[in-house]
Design a protein around this ligand. Structure first.
Ligand SMILES: NC(=O)c1ccc[n+]([C@@H]2O[C@H](COP(=O)([O-])OP(=O)(O)OC[C@H]3O[C@@H](n4cnc5c(N)ncnc54)[C@H](O)[C@@H]3O)[C@@H](O)[C@H]2O)c1
Ligand SMILES: [Zn+2]
Length: 596
């Protein structure tokens, strides 16, 4: 692949992940995976500067504002931060600052906690809060004024605590910037409430803060779980001259009533900064909120102005992030789970372990090659990493802790669900039950996928109901779901009349669906959410996709020939087409009302 194509692919991938992370609040990859791809793009763009375009994630603040919100244009852009994990890169940052300021002396830095929440901007006119906005894409943010007014630590009116110098006067216009977050305790409470309500829990505290802050109709009780820390002043105007250093400005903000973290220190020697970082890493677990690193900022506002900003981040600050959290635990058993496409995945059941406030009980090991590579045995102690949000992963086996009782893992020869002989493609490391939809595990998985939130989003129909419906042969092809009758549902265990009514309403309203979701819901092999969205955008109409020839499909940049072939043959299969036709018959009437 030429570099231009490669860069284009990386940009598309990053943009899609950003959409899921910032807009949908549903990341599908870990922060490390995202950062690794961003770094790959950065490297490519450094060697071939002509690859740099305005829409590249290396130049943009990722977080396009959601359509459903009123928009607010920031008075000055709200940027992100460049970040480093290695000590050597932090040292290099200090050197670069000195070089750019033509200084041989030490520079004073204001060192702060990097709170893991959402950047927000609060605008005060003559001391009164007039609006609040998210960072959005850095230029335009989402209007969150209503929600911000309910957050207890956000002052509605500025105060004047111990402020001798400013005589009860405030800037006419003052824009405060800070992080909205949820404390560890409130996060747990919030998820308890969600469990009680039978709703999906938030996967981590940042997600929870983002979810609560960006509610369209804010629930006052839940919103009051949010907190705010101020970390700077954006725009200001009026007669007042503000102090000339970032640290003094933070003190002023504190005196106006804004919460400012206590863990803010001024240092000029790099060794002091490294020690600060190490200390914060130690006290991190005792803090009542999550941090994912520290932020080092040039303290002098004059120097900040001289150093200026790039399109994505200021040149005068850097986030020095903590490495991901790792925990040790034991593997108790390994089960083999049959997925929608018959692929059998080893799942390690572990002694439950809490990492970043989430209990982890099982870890997906993907395929038998990974089991072999890890050299994993039952009873082994393993290191588990849960990077930011998403999926936990076994990093390695702690061999020094292996005992004589460790048992080797037996790979199955028969499908654990239907007993069909497994096609053991050991060379490709994939185990697969080829029984297709006659393997009940696969049929159930197909329905679970179809109703899932990112597909048809039919709430109230969980795995247990699907299992019963399939076992009782009430559904066998996807369209059967739409012709389920009340009396059939009444035959299921534990379903009240009310939940049946709700379920039927959910099924009915799922008929109005976007083309992208519908394509994804069909469960074509290897067509995930991203490819489904791209297919919808490319073909615009379902008929166009159905009739697309192989040349057209394989010319798409975002899929390779194998997926193109899967899609092509999926729509050439007479059973598939028979079922698809049913969706659009008047008795069901699926309505593809928009592309994405
Ligand atoms: N997993 C995914 O799919 C995915 C997708 C997109 C982004 N990400 C993650 O998000 C990161 C980028 O997000 P980002 O642009 O919000 O950057 P960031 O979170 O790495 O850093 C910038 C943000 O830090 C916050 N912050 C906290 N304390 C601060 C302080 N004291 N001073 C100044 N700012 C402070 C502000 O909100 C600021 O906007 C990536 O590095 C990646 O790890 C993950
Ligand atoms: Zn099977």
């Amino acid at each position: 692949m030429n570099f231009f194509k490669k860069a284009k692919k990386l940009k598309q991938k990053l943009r899609y992940w950003e959409y899921l992370y910032y807009v949908k609040n549903e990341p599908v990859v870990s922060d490390e995976q995202y950062d690794a791809v961003l770094l790959e793009l950065q490297r490519l763009e450094k060697i071939y500067p002509y690859l740099v375009t305005d829409d590249s994630s290396t130049c943009r603040v990722g977080g396009m504002p959601q359509k459903s919100f009123k928009k607010i244009r920031h008075k000055i852009p709200m940027l992100s931060l460049n970040s480093v994990i290695e000590e050597s890169k932090l040292i290099f940052f200090d050197k670069r600052i000195k070089k750019n300021l033509h200084s041989t002396c030490d520079i004073t830095y204001c060192c702060e906690l990097k709170i893991d929440g959402l950047a927000s901007s609060l605008l005060y006119k003559n001391g009164k809060l007039v609006y609040a906005a998210t960072r959005g894409d850095g230029i335009i943010g989402e209007d969150i004024t209503k929600t911000a007014r309910v957050i207890p630590s956000i002052p509605i009116c500025l105060q004047n605590y111990n402020c001798v110098n400013f005589n009860n006067t405030f800037p006419n216009i003052l824009e405060i910037r800070g992080e909205v977050f949820i404390s560890k305790e409130s996060f747990l409470k919030l998820n308890e409430i969600k469990v009680q309500k039978g709703e999906k829990i938030f996967s981590n505290a940042r997600n929870a803060a983002s979810g609560l802050l960006r509610q369209l109709n804010s629930d006052v009780k839940l919103t009051s779980f949010l907190s705010f820390y101020c970390y700077g002043i954006g725009y200001f105007s009026g007669k007042l001259d503000l102090p000339d250093s970032h640290w003094k400005r933070l003190q002023l903000c504190r005196s106006w009533g804004f919460p400012v973290s206590e863990h803010i220190f001024l240092y000029s020697k790099i060794d002091q900064i490294l020690a600060y970082y190490s200390n914060m890493k130690i006290i991190r677990s005792d803090l009542h909120f999550n941090i994912d690193g520290v932020v080092i900022k040039v303290n002098s506002c004059l120097f900040q102005n001289k150093l200026g900003c790039g399109s994505k981040a200021p040149n005068w600050a850097i986030a020095y992030k903590f490495p991901p959290v790792i925990g040790l635990t034991k593997v108790r058993r390994v089960a083999f789970q049959v997925g929608r496409t018959g692929i059998i995945t080893p799942i390690a059941y572990i002694d439950p372990i809490v990492i970043s406030s989430v209990v982890i009980r099982k870890v997906n090991i993907h395929n038998i090659n990974s089991v072999k590579k890890l050299g994993l045995m039952i009873g082994d102690t393993v290191r588990i990493q849960r990077s930011g949000d998403v999926i936990p992963k076994i990093l390695d086996v702690v061999m020094s802790k292996r005992t004589n009782y460790a048992k080797s893992i037996e790979f199955p020869y028969l499908c654990p669900e239907c007993g069909t002989k497994i096609i053991a493609r050991y060379h490709t490391s994939i185990l697969r039950c080829n029984a297709g939809l006659s393997c009940l595990a696969q049929r159930k998985a197909m329905f679970r996928h179809f109703v899932s939130r990112k597909a048809m989003n039919i709430s109230g129909i969980g795995s247990k109901i699907i299992d019963q419906l399939v076992d009782k042969k009430l559904i066998s092809t996807l369209s059967d779901l739409f012709v389920l009758k009340k009396h059939e549902l009444l035959a299921l265990n534990r379903l009240s009349m009310l939940s049946i009514e709700r379920l039927l309403t959910a099924i009915e309203s799922s008929k109005k669906v976007t083309l992208a979701r519908f394509i994804y819901a069909l469960g074509i092999y290897n067509v995930g959410e991203s490819i489904a969205t791209n297919l919808a955008l490319s073909y615009k109409k379902f008929e166009n996709l159905v009739t697309a020839d192989f040349e057209s499909l394989s010319s798409l940049e975002y899929i390779g020939p194998i997926i193109a072939e899967n899609i092509y043959y999926f729509f050439r299969d007479s059973d598939n087409m028979k079922n698809i036709k049913k969706f659009f018959e008047p008795s069901i009437g699926i309505n593809l009302y928009s592309i994405i």
